[in-house]
Design a protein around this ligand. Sequence first.
Ligand SMILES: [Ca+2]
Ligand SMILES: [Ca+2]
Length: 380
Amino acid sequence: MTTTLKSQALAALLVQAALFSTAAANPIPFDKSQAVAGPRTDAGTGLCGSATHFLATQPLNNKAEAVAILDKPTTDPAVLERTTRLFGNLNLRNGQTNTAGDFTQPAAPDALLPYSKDAAAMPMGTDSNIAFRLRGYFNVPATLAGRTLSFAVNCDDFCALQIGKTMVITADERISARVIKQVSFGDAGLYPVELVYYQNGSTAFLEWARSDTAVQECPNDICLTSLTDPAMYQNSFKLVAASELYSSVAGTSAACQECGAAGTSCAAGSYCGDGLCQTCNTADHCGSSCQVCPATARQCSAAGTCVECTTSAQCSGGGSCDVASGRCQTTPGSDPKYEGGNGCTVGGATTAPGSGWPMLGCLAALGLAVLLRRRARTAA
Ligand SMILES: [Ca+2]
Ligand SMILES: [Ca+2]
């Protein structure tokens, strides 16, 4: 890029920053209309990342240029190499010095960006020309719903964080590597996230953190103080943890295959959800045919069929789930349709089904009847 182009870009970004500085902090609102499911209770394992080591004809200048690289097929001459996998540690750096960012060892050890010039990088590269896209879900438990949270990114050269359909943060190291934005989730749930990053040359790092309090957004959108500065932020910023990030709506998608761009598709039995190929294991995408489960059977079983329940917690009124049939059963004796079904018959009289002592009594009666019949046969 020529010096003129660079200064023009800088001027445009400065104007943008100045415009934003006049607006008072107003948390970006989210509600369940942007979530894909209710909150998860199992621990997450991180986001899916796709990193491309690209052939640079000139440095990338904005998100759209990075996305264009990331969407290219691996056969494209601009794509030198691509790797996809789970990323649990969103505290990344390249192999150069002065790339620790705000969060680093010993409290928060950094991970190496793919294509860093370091033998430990997976895979190793040149430290330069890296486009990186992380996709997946951020879990909002009931304890975080309704509060004002503060998201912060710190990156070199560029990163952009989107949640649901809303662009939350764009940080450009030429203006400010570090940006803080307040958000508020009205509802608990699983929210799609996408983090796009690129590195042209020299130093490179990417960090995504959160404070569960309303931290003042940076004056002029230029944050000069480290997010880990105890006097400024009272240690309220923590890196977003792997345990609150997911690679799929249900289960995990460790293969991290992206989809949605031209020429991409997902294998049979999987579907493209929020840019990732995911197993058809949800109520809206169930089984080998990836069917939408009907209102009367909104659970997708492990076998890939739509059922009423897979656990008793999904049965209302204290009923229990018969996992084999996937049907909720009411408490025995209270539902006419089960009456007599599990009872035992002694001398033509049906005994009501039950558990515990009544059942033992029933078995004892059966045993006595058999004994009496044998005696009668012996006598005859
Ligand atoms: Ca760091
Ligand atoms: Ca850089």
